[in-house]
Write a new protein. Structure first.
Length: 105
């Protein structure tokens, strides 16, 4: 999946799409999903953490470096935050806790 965007929050559309991706990954025998977002996207970071995704690493300056090949990438992102870094998040799909909890504590 390239992008998960919702124009209206709180309706469960993003969660439904994420469930479908996770089901397809499990069916394919994947044990883990990795995703990348940017440091300015705090809504995405919050969304994924609610569903058992964990911050695995941060690549400082990744977006700054990417601008050399895609200079149209904005300098300032959501809520006026400078876009500089990539946040790498992962979810283990083989964990019984992840499958049973649905990501909600």
């Amino acid at each position: 999946m390239l992008s998960l965007d919702s124009f209206v929050s709180g309706q469960g559309i993003g969660r439904t799409l994420l469930d479908r991706v996770e089901d397809a990954a499990r069916h394919a025998g994947w044990l883990r999903i990795t995703l990348v977002t940017t440091n300015d996207n705090v809504d995405a970071t919050r969304f994924y953490q609610r569903y058992d995704y964990r911050i695995a690493s941060i690549d400082p300056g990744a977006v700054d470096r990417a601008r050399s090949t895609k200079p149209s990438t904005p300098l300032i992102g959501l809520q006026g935050i400078p876009i500089r870094d990539e946040v790498i998040m992962v979810k283990n799909l083989d964990s019984a806790d992840s499958a049973e909890s649905g990501g909600v504590a």
